[in-house]
Design a protein around this ligand. Sequence first.
Ligand code: SRM
Ligand code: SF4
Length: 517
Amino acid sequence: MVQAVPAKESQNKFERLKSEKDGLLIKNELEHFANIGWEAMEENDRVYRLKWLGLFYRAVTPGKFMMRLRLPNGIVTSGQMRVLGEILQRYGNDGNADITTRQNFQLRQFHIEDVPDIFKRLEQAGLTSIQSGMDNVRNITGSPVAGIDADELIDTRGLCRKVQDMITNNGEGNPSFSNLPRKFNIAIAGCRDNSVHAEINDLAFVPAYKNGIIGFNVLVGGFFSAKACIAAIPLNAWVDSRDVVAVSEAVLLVYRDNGLRANRQKSRIWYLIEEWGVDRFRAELEKILGFTLQPAAEKDEILWDKRDHIGIHAQKQPALNYIGLNVPVGRIYPQEMLDLARIADVYGSGEIRLTVEQNLIIPNVPDSRIAPLLKEPLLKRLSVNPDNLARGLVSCTGSQFCGFALIETKNRALAMISELEQELITPHPVRIHWTGCPNSCGQPQVADIGLMGTKTRKDGKTLEGVDIYLGGKVGKHAELGTCVTKGIPCNDLKPVLRDLLIEKFGAYPGQKPKPVI
Ligand code: SRM
Ligand code: SF4
C-alpha cells in the first residue's frame, strides 16, 4: 500500500523523523544496537524510533528500557505469563510489570544488550510488542469477560485479535500503518456495561441490534490530550461484526492519508472529523470500503452500569466462575507473575485476563476449586475483596519512570488510600484515578474523583500538586468529568479527599471492623 507523504514545508520534528527513516526499519538494527549499547545509539533511534518496536528509553533510569506489549482483548495464557515473569527475572534488573489502562502489560528495566534475546523469547511465546508506541495504533481493548459472560452480546476476542493482526501484519510489523499522523486507540465492546470506555477511543464499536442482527454502532474521535478531552461521537453507522476489520482498516487509511500532521496538538483523528464533518468522513470511508455503510441502529445495547469484575462471578458455562483480583495500581512483580501462571493452571484453564482498571481475572475456575484458590498466599495482596477505595484505584506510571510526569503517582496513590481507609468507612466503591500530567494516561476524566498532577506554589515554594476532576461517569451514562479545583499541594490533599468522600460519596468516619479469625 502506498503511503501518503506529507508536504515538506508542513513537517514538524516528528514528521521529519518519520519520513527520514520509518520506525519499523529499526527492527533490522537491533543486533547492532545491542552490540554498541544505549549511549552510542543515535538519539532519535533510541528515544523515538525504538517505540515502533514497543521499546521506550527511560531517561529517568538512564540505560534502562521499558517494553510495552500488545495483548488484544487483554488475554494471556499461563505459558505466556510464565515467559514474561522469567524475562523480568532474568533481564529485568529488579524491574516489574505494570498492567496498563489499555488492558496491557508494560515490562521494565531492560538493557538494550538483552533485547534481541527477549524478542526471541516473546516470539516463541506468541507475543509481540510491535508498533505499540509513538504514532501507531495502541492495544486493541475488548470485553474482559468475552466468551464467559452470561449476558454477553458479542464475543470480542477474535475481533480484537483480527484487528491487531491487520494492523501489525500478524505481528511482523506493517509499513502500511507505521506512519500515522499520531497515536490511535481502538476499543470493541461486547457486553452491556461498556467495560472498555468506548467513548474515549479514536474508534470504538459498541453492540447494537439492527433488523434483529447483533452488530455494532460505530463511534469516532474520542481522545484525551494535554490540550483537549473529547468524547467520541456517533459515525451514524452500524456494522456487521464481519466488517469490523474492514471498517477499522478504512478508518486508518483515511486517517493516515488525510489526518492533520503539521501541528501535533491537532493530529488526532478528531480534528480531521471536525474539519470535514461526519458525513464527509463517512463518505470517504465508503469509497475505500466499496459499499454504503448502514445508518446506526436507533439505540445501542449498553444498558448497565460498569462492572469492575473484581470478586467471584458465575460464568455462562455451568459450574465455572471467573475470579477478579485487585492489583494495587496495576503493579506486579516477576515472582507473582509465575505464581499467577501456576494458579491459572491449577485452578482455572491456564488463562489470565487484564482489565482497563489495571486488574486481573482468572477465568474458568470450577465451583469446587474456588475455596482452595482463595487460600493462595498471593491473594493476600491481590485481593478478591478489597476495600472500597482500593477497589477503584487506578494510577498512571508517574515520575518513577515517566519523563513527562509532574508528580509521583503510584506510591502516593496507595499511601493516600491506605490512610483514608483507616479513617473512613466508604459504603460503595469510589473510582479514584491518578494521572501524573495532563496527558491523562490514568484517565482522570472517567473517574468519580480524578487527580491530575501539576506543579503548584505554597509559601514561595514549588510543590507537587493535583488538579481535581469530578463527575466522570462510566457504563451506560458515560460522561467525562471536569476540573473543579486546581493546584492542591499533594501534602494538603488528604483532608480535601476526605471531605469529598464524606460530602459526595457517603463516607463517614470510622474503621472497618477487623475480620474475626
Ligand atoms: Fe499514555 C504518552 C503511559 C494510556 C495519553 N503514556 C505516554 C508515555 C509513553 C510517555 C513516555 O514516553 O514516557 C507514557 C509511558 C510511561 C511509562 O514509563 O509507563 C505513557 N499511557 C501510559 C500507560 C502505561 C499508563 C498506565 O499506567 O496505564 C498506558 C499505556 C496503555 C497501553 O497499553 O498502550 C497509557 N495514554 C494512555 C491513555 C488512556 C487510554 O488509552 O485509554 C491516554 C489518553 C487517551 C488517548 O490517548 O486519547 C494516554 N499518553 C497519552 C498522551 C497524550 C496523547 C495526545 O494526543 O496528546 C501521551 C503523550 C504523547 O503521546 O505525546 C502519552
Ligand atoms: Fe507519564 Fe503523564 Fe502519562 Fe502519567 S499521564 S504516564 S505522567 S505521560
